[in-house]
Design a protein around this ligand. Structure first.
Ligand SMILES: [Mn+2]
Length: 355
């Protein structure tokens, strides 16, 4: 369905139309899920610009959009855009200033007399508030990831490598119903767990290791993101101490979440437990992000983030403690902001699991 949620923005903008090229924004506006696709929207019409590989898919997924095959309309995307502007008598066009390349911008400028109006985060801000349908897809993606967690913990044992476990975790999510598009899961162990975005390696799991799994899947293109850190064997005292602080940080952050708070408020809650401990320097300041058709999206939670949360924003919450050379612990949940609190889409408990 032609996305009505852009119309109020178009109504008050100086631009008469908007051009979108970021894939999640194209999908959100049109429903089309393929690559090489661009949307041009006016208050009355939607145009989906793509190439012949995708015309059948586009007619199914974006039936309300006029399909424009750029190969047969000027031979380049920007020539096709200029052609639409001329035909529709559009004199000003908004574009995503952080996505359009210099080459694309120059090409469009040379093809059209229309004013080009730079914008940022127009669709990202609209996309951050989820519809009931989007929430159902996100809920399904999170349920799949939680079911995969209960399967992967049975495979974690001494001698298995990070790569083997990462591959199995991805497969379990597909077996449980996820889309097949790959997603770069983080599954790291031992001293590698202090690397915030470590890459699974050939390291074999050893007794006493932390194993940190930060992973997710897509369901109908909507994404889940969660992290759990487990111990192989019995946790030692330092592991228990750091894990307990981390669990407190996540739970304090969750307790602060509701409509009306800012990202900065949530960050402040997250550091209460470590403020007066030697572990304060080991936390990382970015502790959550919006999530939907893209994994790290507006709004972001960090110190002094001014954005005020409203109902139906879906966000992750993931404070963590990372001691270089020793290891780290992260617990990450994905929640829906509600008027008086939040709903957690991740059902796996926060308690330390010793395997
Ligand atoms: Mn995350």
């Amino acid at each position: 369905m032609y996305n009505q949620r852009l119309l109020p923005w178009l109504g008050q903008s100086t631009a008469e139309a908007i051009f979108l090229k970021k894939r999640p924004n194209v999908r959100w506006a049109s429903g089309f899920r393929g690559a090489d696709s661009y949307v041009l929207m006016t208050p009355n019409d939607g145009f989906l610009i793509t190439d012949p590989r995708y015309t059948e898919q586009a007619s199914i997924e974006a039936p309300d959009f006029a399909l424009v095959n750029w190969r047969e309309n000027g031979g380049s995307v920007m020539k096709a855009v200029a052609h639409i502007l001329k035909e529709q008598k559009i004199h000003s066009l908004a574009f995503e200033s952080d996505a359009m390349s210099f080459g694309e911008y120059s090409a469009l400028q040379s093809e059209t007399d229309a004013a080009l109006v730079p914008t940022q985060d127009v669709v990202e801000k609209l996309r951050s508030i989820k519809t009931p349908q989007e929430i159902e897809y996100l809920r399904a993606a999170c349920d799949i990831a939680c079911r995969a967690f209960h399967r992967i913990v049975k495979d974690i044992r001494v001698g298995v490598t990070e790569k083997e476990l990462a591959a199995k975790l991805s497969a379990y999510m597909v077996f449980e119903g996820a889309d097949t598009q790959p997603y770069g899961n983080i599954l790291v162990s031992g001293p590698n767990t202090s690397l915030l975005h470590g890459i699974p390696s050939d390291r074999a799991i050893q007794y006493g290791d932390f194993v940190l799994m930060d992973y997710g899947c897509q369901f109908n293109g909507y994404m889940s993101d969660m992290t759990r850190t487990v111990v192989v064997g019995k946790a030692n005292d330092r592991q228990k101490e750091i894990y307990a602080l981390e669990k407190q940080m996540v739970e304090d952050s969750l307790a602060a979440m509701k409509a009306g708070v800012t990202g900065g408020d949530i960050y402040a809650a997250s550091v209460q437990a470590i403020q007066d401990t030697p572990y304060f320097p080991y936390h990382y300041g970015g502790i959550g992000h919006g999530i939907g058709l893209f994994v790290h999206e507006f709004p972001f939670i960090r110190k002094d983030a001014p954005y005020v949360y409203t109902e139906n924003i879906v966000t992750t919450i993931e404070p963590g403690l990372y001691v270089p050379g020793w290891g780290g612990v992260r617990i990450e949940d994905q929640v829906i902001i509600r008027g008086d609190g939040y709903e957690n889409l991740i059902s796996v408990p926060h308690d330390l699991i010793e395997l």
